[in-house]
Design a protein around this ligand. Sequence first.
Ligand SMILES: Cc1cc2nc3c(=O)[nH]c(=O)nc-3n(C[C@H](O)[C@H](O)[C@H](O)COP(=O)(O)OP(=O)(O)OC[C@H]3O[C@@H](n4cnc5c(N)ncnc54)[C@H](O)[C@@H]3O)c2cc1C
Length: 602
Amino acid sequence: MHPLKQYWVAEALEQDLGDPCNPDSLMSFQQVVELDEQEEFPTDLLNWLYNWKLNHYYIPTACGGEFTSFEEFVAFVRVMSRRDLTTAISFTTLFWSYLVWMAGTDEQKQRLASFIKDHNGAMCLAYSERAHGSDLVASDVQATKVAGGYLLNGEKWPINRATISGVTFVLAKTDESGGARSLSLFMVEKSQLDPNTYYNLPKILTHGIRGSDMSGIGFQDCFVPESSRIGAEGAGLEWALKGFQITRALCAAFSQGAADTALRTTLNFALGRKLYGKTVFDMPQPRRTLVDAFLDILICDCATIGAARGFHVIPEQFSVWSAVVKYFVTTTLESMVTNVSVVLGARYYMRDAHDWGIFQKVVRDNAIISVFDGSTVVNLHALLLQLRQLAKQRSRQKGRNLEALQARLAACFSLDQSVPTFDGRKLELFSRGADDVLQGLALALTQLQSLETDPDLDSDVLQQIGGFTHLLLEELSALDQSLENSTFEFGHDQSPELFDLAKHYCTLHAAASCVHMWLHNRHHLGAFFAKGEWLALCLRRLALSFRPAHSLASRINDEAIAQELLQLHMEDKLFSIVPFQLATSKVQGDQTNATSELQLQA
Ligand SMILES: Cc1cc2nc3c(=O)[nH]c(=O)nc-3n(C[C@H](O)[C@H](O)[C@H](O)COP(=O)(O)OP(=O)(O)OC[C@H]3O[C@@H](n4cnc5c(N)ncnc54)[C@H](O)[C@@H]3O)c2cc1C
């Protein structure tokens, strides 16, 4: 078992699901591709997960479940997602229950926990409307107050699991005058409704996650009792936005599962395919592409795992952290999948010529992660509204309260420390200018300087890590200055230049997460992690987005990264800073599924 307990659930689920390359295992690539071709909802796979009691891990222990940490959660969602995003996304709509764990009454929590555990209940989130998309305040769905409850009217679309679920979380207008307090949130239990007062819209044919229940729901004078309202009347938007802080950051787990499969199946190909007397992996260009893809996964890992733990430590900063992770991780891993598709060559475009066609399914399925739950622009917009205050606060706090900052960073990034219980009531709509990851960058640089005498570290590698961290500080300071000087107004008509600044902020935040992750885990994540070559290369890779290559220190030799990649592939371990054990692959049916053993023996 993995030395870190928070990875045990993921490892156990992996073992019980078995090798996805074995057609006889559960959720095998062959099976999920067949279901996808038939656009069939994965009912049996979902039932298997309920029987395994994975649903219990979506309910906090205080509400009678097994959920203890978002780090554990991210790990097991990766396990599902590396096999099939359709199943993972369908199952994980259970996580909308967090609205109730955060804002619900004790009675609502009990009802929902029993629905999930005793009745294999599923739920959906009904916020979007055909006419209004991201503009939630413009909602047309009305909840009109009547004796004992409300009458719902209107349609929500497109909604994942709108038809095949028993609970629908509906955002509806309770105050016609409009504005931020005009919406309320309802936990609508279909079993309590008069079936003549609601209907489902037809399945929507989608580009990816084809087997999903993508549909919609409509209400016609549909009575819902007062007890179904979550939180106070008028507080719907606030809870909706706080709920998004949780789910948006956790979307990264879907992308990371998908990215693992994209890289693993491309490696299967690159190690087995021979051209010009050698394997594709042996050619410098494809090898570099695969190494860079691995680096992208490691960068995203640091951002995602840091954030998953950060929820427990500094939830009040998540209006920033969550937007960063949702934008940065999903778009970076989308690009990574596109990059490795080049190595797969023609097979990338074929639906069944390699590993049962799982790659092209990953390409299609993964593309939705950056769109739903708040698209790329919506997250960047949420972030850019806070940039100016972040810059001001960073300058005010410079050099102050360093001990407390250091303790919070250690709690967020030291994977060997247990995290406090998550308290969703501490989430805030704005972080009031706080972002410990970037506030702590100067501290990290001081820590790096103190490592100069460490005999276990290669001085060239350490110098690069220090140099790039210094560069990050320079960039941050320039960014802050331009923000402080900007004439900035709130609203939706923000300039494309501000969106670019928000993207830049996300890159700096992700890079700083990598530095903190290394500093806080050098002694317990293994030799590859400790040596830090991966970090030097990751920081250089990120710096390329804001500096030309020729102005940067030259790339250190990446052979250690290539060897680690091969080793993890051969040992069936996750491509991650926490490479936990995956189900072992015994069946490698055809030549295109060759193992990395070939490469290591060569
Ligand atoms: C597969 C799938 C599953 C989904 N599941 C659900 C679900 O379960 N529940 C649910 O409620 N919804 C769901 N949605 C809806 C999804 O969240 C919406 O797509 C989202 O609300 C955006 O709406 P829209 O695409 O219509 O774009 P719009 O919001 O109409 O945007 C149109 C254009 O304006 C731009 N834009 C929007 N806001 C800004 C801004 N602030 N600044 C600059 N540009 C902006 C957009 O980028 C886009 O270019 C799902 C969608 C899909 C495709």
